[in-house]
Design a protein around this ligand. Structure first.
Ligand SMILES: Nc1nc2c(ncn2[C@@H]2O[C@H](COP(=O)(O)OP(=O)(O)OP(=O)(O)O)[C@@H](O)[C@H]2O)c(=O)[nH]1
Ligand SMILES: [Mg+2]
Ligand SMILES: [Zn+2]
Length: 298
């Protein structure tokens, strides 16, 4: 059933409607990090739907370390190619005898949150808020690039709440420019620095602005993002991983992997624009190693 048709069926769970928060924001802006921090701070039964554009859902593996109630939506974007999958995920939640307390959906980094909002308002659910992560370190660069600007701007305009991440990496003058750009693009939207304010205010933000979600815009005809998988040596040394990332073309906006290092040590490899982080994963949280997911524009 299309989500914008009237729902005839009786709502499950005695008419209760479970709040849904959409967590959007551009590639690498900090969505998975935010969700894991939220999950670490609550005992409430929260179901998490995780959309990763690549064929390998690294984020679902990372979130599953915190919550067993995770549904993966992999290899496509929930706002366009995977909307059927999203509908099926909501159906599977509705079929449960007990509702979760809250549903968090990590949208893909290229998703337009407005296009997903009608699903969150479907039978048995209500949209609590569209939270859009804004990477203070990189947003100005992304808005200056004509290939990425439309996606990033649309995401910022769709937010009920803008969550500013990576302010720890940002100079004060850049920060001032970011604040000015956000005030210009989304003058009525609250902005929360999650580095200083913490993440607690994100759940049950209840900041829905009226309107804006009843129509689903036509599909985007042109998406300049391409997702590729690059095999990694197994094991790969840190020098090899650095070299492989150094050799990626400058059009790469995001890369990530769970890499097998020497001595069975696993490494989480994260690259966002030119920022790189390679950290060991604790043995207890072992995940199968993956190829390198590489997303570039052009
Ligand atoms: N310094 C700093 N790093 C951050 C912050 N938030 C996220 N990161 C880092 O940014 C990188 C990407 O974070 P993720 O949470 O994976 O971003 P994402 O939006 O889920 O990425 P995609 O799902 O691939 O679009 C990781 O290396 C994080 O550790 C922050 O507030 N400060
Ligand atoms: Mg993520
Ligand atoms: Zn999409």
């Amino acid at each position: 059933m299309m989500p914008d048709e009237p729902m005839e069926t009786i709502a499950p769970w005695d008419g209760r409607r479970v709040p849904v928060s959409l967590i959007g924001g551009y590639l690498g802006s900090g969505k998975t990090t935010l969700i894991n921090e939220l999950l670490a701070r609550t005992d409430r039964p929260i179901a998490v739907l995780v959309n990763d554009v690549g064929e390998v859902n690294i984020d679902a593996a990372l979130i599953r370390r915190r919550s067993s109630d995770t549904i993966e939506l992999t290899d496509g974007c929930v706002c366009c190619s995977l909307s059927e999958g999203l509908g099926a995920a909501f159906d599977s939640l509705r079929a449960r005898p007990e509702p979760p307390d809250h549903v968090l959906i990590e949208l893909s980094g290229v998703a337009d949150p407005h296009r997903v909002a009608p699903w969150a308002n479907s039978d048995g659910f209500r949209l609590d808020a569209i939270v859009v992560l804004v990477d203070a370190d990189q947003v100005l660069e992304r808005l200056a690039d004509p290939l990425t600007e439309p996606v990033v701007r649309r995401q910022i305009e769709a937010g009920d709440l803008l969550a500013l991440s990576k302010t720890d990496l940002t100079d004060p003058d850049i920060r001032t420019s970011v604040d000015a750009v956000l005030a210009d693009l989304a003058p009525h939207t609250p902005v929360m620095d999650i580095g200083t304010a913490g993440v607690a205010g994100v759940l049950d933000a209840g900041t829905r602005r009226p309107g804006g979600t009843s129509t689903v815009p036509a599909p985007q005809l042109f998406d300049p993002h391409q997702v590729e998988l690059h095999p990694l040596p197994r094991p790969a040394s840190l020098e090899q991983l650095d070299q492989i990332l150094d050799d990626l073309p400058p059009s790469v906006v995001r890369a990530k992997a769970i890499a097998a290092g020497p001595d069975r040590q696993l490494f989480l490899v994260q690259q966002v624009g030119s920022r790189r982080l390679i950290v060991p994963l604790p043995q207890a949280e072992a995940q199968p190693p993956t190829d390198l997911v590489v997303i570039r524009v052009g």
